[in-house]
Design a protein around this ligand. Sequence first.
Ligand SMILES: Cc1ncc(COP(=O)(O)O)c(C=O)c1O
Length: 375
Amino acid sequence: MTETKFIPLMVPDIQQQDIDAVVAVLHTGMFIQGSKVEELENNLAEYLGAKHAIAASSGTATLHLALVALGIGKGDEVIVPAFSYMATANVVELVGAKPVFVDIDINTFNIDTNLIENAITEHTKAILPVHEFGLACDIAEICKLAEKYHIKVIEDAACALGATESGKFTGTFGDVGSFSFHPRKAVTSGEGGMLVTDNDELAGKLRTLRNHGIEIQNGKTEFIEAGFNYRMTEFQAALVNSQFQRFETILEDKIRLAGVYFNCLKDLKKIRLPEVPENKRHTWQSFHILLDDGIDRDDLIISLAKKGIGTNYGAQCMPYQKYFQEKYKLPCEKLFPNALRAYMQGLVLPLYGKLDETDIRFISDCIKTLLEWEI
Ligand SMILES: Cc1ncc(COP(=O)(O)O)c(C=O)c1O
């Protein structure tokens, strides 16, 4: 890529063999949840060391399925970080439960583990922690807390396939883990998601719920639940299966390029770079920096776009959004200062394998120049 080209925020890593894999499925005429989906489930289960993997139509559908399958609904509370993509809290609302927001640690952008215990009440049924931007939250500690209070853990690992804490994959700590294959993730099916669990009964429920409530009993199709159609298509699965063969290379490229950002930006006083605790492997779904309060983030996004660089804010302070403000009226400045700051001052920079070190240096130099001179 040269300086005159536009550098988008994200370009999925799609190669000719991925396209061929999709086209091959189109020739079969078999489009819905068949052998390719099964192959993807097996690939993910084997990679993560999980007993069951259940594919679905998105990372929102997977979270929704998990909540329904765990019987979470009206009158229940689910603890979520105040800073995430809206889907994390929306699904809690969709099952009729109440999201209980907890502020984040501003250094990692993940839920502040120290604040969780205070948020647990007699109505708490689950903690839904997010591994934000590809970095594991303190998931082992969160699971211990959940065990103490006999509540479930649903890991939102939408951005964190391949991320680890102490060598163990995110998504495999809690009762169930949820992943997304949205185009901004390392491997993509356009829309798509995956659940993993070691619990046989839960896996059965998830499979039934994603497919209209169907269970095959004595060779006969029975509709045993009011289920959804949250199935993945065969061509989506074929696309991810093909990319998944080079998954570790995709991650290694991202980790290497993130290192270049660190080198280029480490001396810039007006920004804070993300922190990566030693026991965690960050997979850099997003390279998210925090700008000092005096900087107009949205102006910077516009200025960078004029220089041919696509950037965006990272995620929402969820209780600050219109729907949640109207419903719960939570004073976010007071209750979730870090989530609000990350929402207002966070900036995601381009990071994917199609970029090279020159691109990252160019982006970094533009940020330095703009922050030092123009805005
Ligand atoms: C943390 C988080 N959870 C859930 C989702 C929803 O995933 P999907 O877009 O696949 O529905 C996203 C989307 O990017 C996300 O970032």
